[in-house]
Design a binder for this molecule. Structure first.
Ligand code: GLN
Length: 304
């Protein structure tokens, strides 16, 4: 079977499953999405582009954007970044506060909210116009000038973001936030509000399947070593306290978001994006996880 048939089959099989997940509604605007949406899109290094279902509809990528902010910060400050954030899985939920006290304000990894807030602080210190410069960076990766933030989603999260406010202030008390917490959080909520379709997401993330080099824009986004390391972090930390389960069942580096999106990377082969808004109790897309498990099993294309 070719990739397209395998995707079609896996899509049909998972589409009919009883979805035990729930749409995230702690950000009120996220709760308004049609929970029946389900899309998949693959982009391969040898230029196969194929999608099914709602693969052209834009959605809120939320924490998937943490990979993009990490990429830009790593590109700008290099290995000094690891003085401010760790590279270990946390075994805790995405918004957990519990380890920060013992770890003296150094978040375990850049994909926890705590870690992504520190990365936002680093970008704020290093970019002239953080919001615009970050958007330009993201657009430039795959030459897609239509990518946008959603002010509707960002405002909605800002109005209820008390846990993130607590995280940012707590980290600041240890000296690991250099800017004003309100400015850091504004930027963090904006970056989480990026919207795109599965097609745009798989095209955008192809640089991580290609040793840091973007095929669309013909430029290097990250060095080979940086790209390898970001894939390693996605493998070990991309799904919070379900990262082990994702490696066990899917076997690819990946990153999820509470909008129901997942991106997964097969180094040297492809990037695949899935979107289905209902989340399991760990905050990861229920159908997204099931689809990817079916896909890597049938295509025999996990990295293990
Ligand atoms: N913006 C979300 C938050 O901070 C991101 C969480 C996620 O996608 N896991 O709660």
């Amino acid at each position: 079977m070719n990739l397209e048939d395998i995707i079609q089959d896996a899509y049909q099989k998972v589409k009919n499953l009883d979805d035990q997940g729930k749409v995230a509604s702690y950000i009120p605007e996220l709760g308004h999405v049609d929970s029946g949406n389900f899309g998949v899109h693959i982009s391969t290094i040898d230029q196969i582009n194929f999608g099914v279902g709602n693969c052209y509809d834009k959605f809120s990528i939320q924490s998937v954007a943490k990979v993009l902010s990490l990429s830009l910060a790593y590109r700008i400050v290099g290995d000094k970044i690891w003085e401010r954030v760790g590279v270990e899985p946390s075994g805790t939920a995405f918004n957990s506060l519990v380890q920060l006290e013992a770890d003296k304000g150094i978040p375990r990894n850049p994909f926890l909210n705590a870690g992504a807030i520190v990365i936002s602080d680093i970008l704020l210190s290093n970019l002239e116009n953080p919001k615009q410069d970050f958007l330009d960076f993201v657009r430039g990766i795959s030459n897609n000038t239509t990518l946008e933030y959603s002010s509707r989603i960002a405002e909605s999260e800002k109005a209820i973001g008390y846990t993130n406010v607590a995280l940012c202030n707590f980290i600041k008390s240890f000296g690991n936030i250099k800017n004003e917490p309100a400015d850091v959080l504004d930027f963090y909520f904006d970056l989480c509000s990026l919207e795109m379709s599965c097609k745009e997401l798989s095209e955008l993330f192809l640089y991580l399947a290609n040793n840091g080099f973007s095929i669309q824009s013909d430029k290097s986004i990250l060095s080979e070593s940086q790209s390898k390391r970001i894939n390693a972090l996605m493998q070990t930390c991309g799904f919070y306290d379900e990262s082990g389960e994702f490696a066990f069942k899917v076997g690819l580096p990946g990153k999820s978001g509470v909008g129901g999106g997942i991106i997964a990377i097969h180094p040297d082969q492809y990037a695949i994006a899935v979107w289905s808004p209902k989340l399991n109790d760990k905050g990861n897309s229920f159908k997204g996880m099931k689809f990817l498990e079916e896909f890597t099993t049938k295509s025999k294309s996990s990295i293990f």
